[in-house]
Design a protein around this ligand. Structure first.
Ligand SMILES: Nc1nc2c(ncn2[C@@H]2O[C@H](COP(=O)(O)OP(=O)(O)OP(=O)(O)O)[C@@H](O)[C@H]2O)c(=O)[nH]1
Length: 703
């Protein structure tokens, strides 16, 4: 049992002078929501409670005082709650809620492969603990961006605090949701570092996937207690026993006590909550030490500035404290400190082990990046928490409004997005920068003005959706590093910015290590794919009799195009992959000359030595297939190697098809027809979005 000091008195207040409704609610059909112990409940009906009694900034209200025990941090919202938000009505009167004992806190996250049911399970946990009422529940509460809900993938992680009664004791369970997509492994690693345990969710009808493995290894590195959960047991094809064995074999995790669950049907949820309390260790009580809090997420709020989500590792943080971010060295006064339940609730103070948020009128997320450590300005921690990594966006693309009139709107939208995402760098405007540096570059381009945007995760759709913009992006490309003879290093995102051939010693390009998990039938196809993309074979091992793991190292540039799509299509959707950035191996690429493709493109740069001409012509022909009208030319350096005026009526897409088989011709014609439908008219040239992606899809047969 928790000590008596952990209990306190709560005042539940009706905002609409209808104590009866409150009384009904106070019957606690969902006691878990406040972490209340029904046994201890006493009702004191009282028509009027004084302001001081309620600790409210309001006039007297009718209300109901409920004396009960609760474990939780103090809650002091400024405004009265609505009846539908009764958990907000938990007020702290004179008996301010005391600190949650750290022995009653559990911090955990859910790791899973994409689509294995992480968000559905998180929602069910929120529902079962009464944190969110079913009727308030939008499907997938934690994925709160529109786009996320629609596409069903989690882009940014969020957190939620739940109350769970176990053996008559109230526990505070902090769930930190992690993104499941292959592009967000850094965010996953930070959220893992904020936890003591993890639920490993595996789809019982599918089995272990590449990302499951990658995330489990990350969790083991962080010394997390892992609870295996086999989800979707309601599906007819579910084989939880087989998948349990697979987890044991592949991951080496004891699955004798694995929990079988169906997040959709609500089966096994209570077992999961109990296992969290039983198995995951509580955080250490280090509240006396200087403050160290780990930032695992942040976002920009137009009214309050950046809102930072963090886990207090050591010390305490309270409203009004002068805090400092150790990596960015910026200091602020904390205007507001609170917990996420999952809505933001202000509290006075957060202690070691707790998870919460703060706002401090921070203007840009760059000042409070994920992975940074928060400490006190006057009592600094000696060392920051380990694991901070500057998010270096290595992928970039050109971004243009389809309608030139939308340029200003696009600029505003990008500025806002940049405030929100430290890993997004925008060069504004695209043309000015390059024109000023290299006026001789043939930038009499098809597109008007646009932006060069560096990023690590996909954002185009978000811009289009949230800001109602119609955009065209160039094919994504990567940043190269050029080592010059004079010892300088130049970061280079554009062939036109390359130092002169005589002055460069070597060019480095970013590399990634990829692990593909596939049924054995597709091993050949996937190895061929990696090989075609300049992949260097590292290892193949059979993780079960029928599934293999293949490891390659390959240039990031080869990954950013359609690699993932190809992997899925060549394996009929069965393979999965995970990648990690392994840096810039030196001296691997020598660009004999530059291929500088017509149109706008900064990006079409091919490194294959000696094949520029073939590639130039090929890329050009590829673009022509997709471009419906306009003029174009392909250049190598400043030398034009091909130019073409493309008829507005119909491009002879078969011209480049020497002889060849009929299916290929049909495919080209079909593509042209589809392309026309989705074409966007830009400046003087009609360019469908696909044109930019298509040039990256180098089909061997055509070459
Ligand atoms: N039949 C069945 N379907 C489920 C269950 N859990 C989740 N699903 C479905 O599986 C799909 C993916 O679930 P999500 O919860 O979005 O998966 P996720 O792992 O969170 O995916 P990301 O957010 O993209 O990482 C959805 O269509 C769910 O409805 C389950 O227990 N049974």
């Amino acid at each position: 049992m928790a000590a008596a000091a952990d209990f306190c008195r709560l005042n539940l207040v009706s905002s609409s002078n209808t104590p009866n409704r409150l009384l009904n609610a106070a019957n606690f059909t969902r006691p878990g929501s406040l972490g209340l112990n029904e046994v201890e409940l006493q009702f004191h009906r009282k028509n009027y409670l004084s302001t001081s009694e309620l600790g409210l900034h309001q006039k007297r209200r009718r209300g109901l005082r409920v004396c009960c025990q609760a474990a939780g941090a103090g809650v002091q919202p400024k405004t009265a709650p609505s009846d539908t938000d009764l958990e907000f009505a938990a007020r702290v009167g004179k008996d301010r809620l005391l600190k949650v004992p750290s022995s009653n806190i559990r911090n955990f996250c859910i790791i899973a492969h994409i689509d294995h049911g992480k968000s559905t399970l998180a929602d069910k946990l929120l529902q079962m603990t009464g944190t969110v009422e079913s009727r308030e529940m939008k499907a997938q509460f934690l994925d709160n961006m529109d786009l996320e809900r629609e596409r069903g993938i989690t882009i940014k992680l969020q957190a939620a605090r739940m109350r769970f009664m176990y053996n008559n004791e109230a526990y505070c369970l902090n769930l930190i949701d992690t993104p499941g997509h292959v592009d967000f492994s850094y965010e996953v690693s930070r959220s893992l570092a904020a936890c003591e345990g993890a639920l490993l969710v595996v789809d019982a009808s599918q089995g272990v996937e590449a990302q499951t493995l990658a995330n489990v290894y990350l969790a083991l590195e962080n010394d997390l207690e892992i609870i295996p959960v086999l989800n979707k047991i309601d599906l007819p094809g579910a084989e939880p026993e087989r998948v349990s064995r697979e987890i044991e074999e592949v991951v080496g995790l004891d699955c004798s006590n694995a929990i079988y669950c169906s997040a959709k049907e609500g089966i096994g949820i209570n077992e999961i909550l109990s296992a969290i309390v039983q198995k995951i260790p509580p955080p250490q009580d280090t509240a006396e030490r200087p403050l160290r809090a780990l930032i695992f997420d942040s976002y920009y709020d137009a009214y309050r500035g950046v809102i930072v989500y963090f886990r207090v590792i050591d010390g305490t943080i309270r409203k009004g404290d002068r805090i400092m971010f150790m990596a960015s060295k910026k200091d602020y006064y904390a205007d507001e400190v609170g917990v996420l339940s999952p809505n933001q609730l202000q509290v006075d103070q957060l202690y070691a082990g707790e998870v919460g948020y703060l706002s401090a009128s921070i203007r840009s997320v760059a000042d409070a990046r994920v992975g940074d450590t928060i400490t006190h300005y006057s009592r600094k921690a000696e060392e920051s928490l380990s694991g901070y990594k500057e998010a270096t966006p290595m992928v970039f693309c050109g971004l243009f409004p389809v309608d030139a009139d939308q340029f200003n709107e696009l600029r505003d939208a990008l500025e806002k997005l940049q405030l929100n995402d430290a890993a997004l760098k925008v060069h504004i405007p695209f043309q000015e920068e390059f024109l000023s540096q290299k006026p001789q570059v043939p930038w009499d381009l098809a597109l008007d003005v646009g932006f060069l945007v560096f990023f690590i995760w996909k954002f185009q759709e978000r811009l289009e959706r949230e800001y109602n913009l119609s955009l065209i992006t160039t094919a994504p490309s990567v940043v190269y590093r050029v080592n010059c003879v004079n010892g300088d290093t130049v970061e280079c995102s554009n062939p036109s910015l390359l130092p002169e051939p005589g002055s460069r010693r070597s060019i480095e390009e970013p590399f990634v290590k990829i692990e593909m998990l596939t049924p054995k039938d597709y091993i050949g196809a996937l190895m061929e794919l990696a090989q075609d993309r300049r992949g260097e074979f590292k290892e193949i091992k059979f993780i079960t009799e029928i599934r293999a793991s293949i490891i390659y190292e390959l240039p990031l540039a080869e990954m950013v195009g359609d690699f993932f799509d190809q992997l899925k299509s060549r394996s009929k959707g069965y393979a999965s992959m995970e990648y990690s950035f392994i840096g810039l191996p030196s001296l691997i690429v020598i660009w004999a000359r530059n291929l500088n493709c017509f149109l706008i493109d900064t990006n079409l740069e091919y490194c294959t030595k000696g094949s520029e001409l073939t590639l130039g012509a090929f890329v050009f022909s590829k673009l022509c297939i997709h471009i419906v009208s306009g003029d174009g030319r392909a250049c190598i350096g400043s030398k034009v190697i091909a130019s073409e005026a493309i008829s507005a009526i119909r491009k002879d897409v078969l011209a480049k098809c020497y002889g060849g088989d009929i299916t290929r011709k049909k495919k080209l014609l079909r593509k042209q027809a589809e392309g026309k439908k989705r074409m966007k008219a830009i400046g003087r040239v009609d360019v469908p979005q696909e044109a930019f992606m298509a040039v990256l899809k180098l089909e061997k047969e055509v070459l």
